[in-house]
Write a protein that binds this ligand. Structure first.
Ligand code: GDP
Length: 181
């Protein structure tokens, strides 16, 4: 079955987003504490695709050796990614583009891994500020990419962007079925 991977810095709102997408309050544990989602979890959605919950990167408060272990899991997953259709890189809409996220997107690109960006916590900013922050990303990304990657603006607390993400995944799944028939 096709897989869609979700990844981002710790505390970006990944667990909350996964809960929103799957309608289940307790499926992925949310916690303000970094380091909670430690291993790779697969969630079967609608019996036709897997949501892959990857460990966070860029923890401020874990040891170097823990970071290395996380990195190993992440690299191992992406190197064996036969079923992976697209990765969703989560970034907090409130922050300026961060080198760690940009580097990670760069790495995905260099390894030929398609990705979309999911901006999280959109409820925390006014629409104009959201626009400005997306624009800041666009400007930086267009220095190295031909096009702005596909992106979604979401809020798990206000249920924003849920259908956009799910419809996009359904569309990709349908396209793959068409092309394999
Ligand atoms: P993870 O570490 O990436 O899995 O992040 P969590 O989902 O555990 O969320 C980290 C913190 O951000 C928690 O305190 C959440 O309540 C908060 N949070 C997550 N998503 C949202 C959102 O859409 N809006 C707001 N306002 N807070 C959020």
């Amino acid at each position: 079955l096709p897989e869609y991977a979700f990844i981002g810095r710790s505390n970006v709102g990944k667990s909350s987003l996964i809960n929103m997408l799957t309608n289940r309050k307790s499926l992925a544990k949310t916690s303000g504490k970094p380091g909670k989602t430690q291993l790779i979890n697969h969630f079967l959605i609608n019996k036709n695709w897997y949501l892959v919950d990857l460990p966070g990167y860029g923890y401020a408060r874990v040891s170097k050796s823990t970071k290395k272990v996380f990195q190993k899991f992440i690299t191992a997953y992406f190197s064996q990614r036969e079923q992976l259709v697209t990765a969703f890189v989560l970034v907090d809409i409130r922050h300026e583009p961060q080198p760690i996220d940009l580097d990670f997107m760069q790495w995905l690109g260099e390894n030929g891994i398609p990705f979309s960006i999911i901006f999280t916590k959109a409820d925390k900013l006014k629409p104009k500020a959201i626009e400005n922050h997306v624009e800041a990303y666009r400007n930086i990304l267009l220095e190295t990419w031909e096009d702005m990657p596909n992106y979604f603006v979401t809020s798990s607390s206000k249920e924003i962007g849920k259908d956009d993400v799910l419809n996009y995944i359904d569309e990709l799944n349908e396209n793959m079925q068409l092309s394999s028939n």
